[in-house]
Design a binder for this molecule. Structure first.
Ligand code: MLT
Length: 407
């Protein structure tokens, strides 16, 4: 018989968000009267901007006509959209030949691991979006969990003590470094100086950075870098992954992209961009043409304005959540609130408590779902993450319950 991919046996827990959903379902089943509000997974809630939805509807109707019909498109994506992303999103910091359109950032993170195979060393911020590590375990680049983390993975703690920027000296040469800014889950945004340190380290030590910029549209501080390609030297050491999910509400629609610079090379001098093109043309058949029409609309002035408005809406939620956790009741319980104003996530520490314990208390006492920080890595223990994605009314109701909680 065929043996099981041992990567699956090495995974120590189910994927974080289904586990959160399972506990919510279990609680709801035993408390049918509870009106549960989810501030857990970062799932968008607000309707698609009309301008963007209409572009997809029009394209879709066009497909029913002989002139408007098209079948397979280029696997790398619609040329016009690639060009527009290079021009509008990257303001010329990337060339259209470096843009690969996809069905979302998570899928790209998974596919990109095929570029590096199972022998690559992995370094992740700790805590981190779980796909980086779980995906590495599935492909065999990371091994068993020895109790403190997976073999083959270097954890770079990002804590209040180091201002959520890691000590890079722990990273081995020739590592693949996953780095997310604005960060999921801590909400921290790396400054230009910090990213310069990261880029210089990677170039000096033969590392490649997988830079996840999925939350960049939440950045409101103009001094903060919105892409790693603002940093000198990034083109020889970084790949950026991004998505329309959060800014345009495309979590269900699905559209993302990666930027693989033509200057990026493997140790033998061959082009990473060329191999990525091979991966995308072999393992992917192009993002939906209807959805790519939506992506083009996102990058029109009207689409950009609509995306900003929806993000402002979520940031208002975030400000209220922050204020709530800074309330007297949480203060008395020793809660420490971390929120930069440039992300949809509020990161709260409950010193001396376990993350899942706090999760259970908030679910049981307030019927509010959060995400336990320990699910993002060892350094996330004692924290919970609260997501600002939600209708205003739901977030207000959740905050009202939380502010009355006696801890
Ligand atoms: C999260 O809640 O961390 C993310 O939104 C989930 C995702 O994007 O896959």
């Amino acid at each position: 018989m065929i043996t099981r991919n041992e990567g699956f046996a090495n995974l120590t827990a189910g994927y974080l968000f289904p586990e959160v959903a399972r506990r919510r379902r279990e609680y709801a089943a035993s408390h049918p009267e509870a009106k549960i509000i989810s501030l857990g997974i970062g799932n968008t809630t607000e309707p698609l901007p009309k301008f963007i939805a209409k572009a997809m509807a029009d394209y879709s109707i066009g497909l029913s006509t002989p002139e408007g019909y098209s079948g397979y498109g280029d696997e790398q994506g619609n040329t016009e959209l690639r060009k527009k992303i290079a021009e509008v999103w990257y303001k010329g910091l990337a060339d259209e030949s470096e843009v690969f359109i996809s069905d979302g950032a998570k899928c790209d993170i998974a596919r990109i691991q095929t570029l590096f195979g199972r022998n690559v060393k992995i370094a992740v911020q700790d805590p981190a979006y779980p796909v980086y590590v779980d995906g590495s375990v599935i492909v065999g680049a990371a091994g068993k969990n020895n109790g403190t983390g997976y073999e083959g993975v270097t954890y770079m703690p990002c804590t209040p003590e180091n201002d959520f920027f890691p000590d890079l000296s722990v990273v081995e040469p020739d590592s693949l470094i996953y780095f997310c800014s604005p960060n999921n889950p801590t909400g921290a945004v790396a400054t230009k100086e910090q990213l310069k340190k990261l880029v210089d380290f990677a170039n000096k030590n033969g590392c490649i950075i997988i830079f996840d910029g999925a939350y960049r549209e939440f950045i409101r501080d103009p001094e903060l870098p919105k892409t790693i390609f603002e940093i000198e030297g990034a083109r020889t050491c970084a790949i950026e992954i991004n998505s329309f999910s959060k800014p345009a509400g495309f979590t269900g629609v699905r559209l993302g992209w990666s930027i693989v610079p033509n200057d990026l090379k493997f140790a033998d001098g061959t082009s990473v961009n060329r191999d990525w093109n091979r991966v995308m043309t072999t393992l992917f058949n192009g993002a939906s043409n209807v959805v790519q029409a939506g992506g083009l609309a996102c990058l029109e002035p009207e689409g950009l304005k609509a995306m900003k408005e929806v993000i402002d809406y979520y940031l208002e939620n975030a400000a209220l959540i922050k204020k709530t956790f800074e309330g007297e009741n949480f203060k008395k319980a020793g809660a420490e609130v971390y929120f930069t104003g440039n992300s949809p996530y509020i990161w709260v520490k409950f010193p001396g408590k376990k993350s899942w314990g706090v999760f259970d208390t908030l679910l049981d006492k307030c019927n509010v779902v959060t995400t336990p920080g320990s699910g993002f890595g060892p350094a996330g223990e004692s924290f919970i993450r609260i997501s600002a994605f939600g209708h205003h009314a739901d977030v207000q109701e959740a905050c009202s319950r939380l502010s009355k909680l006696a801890l």
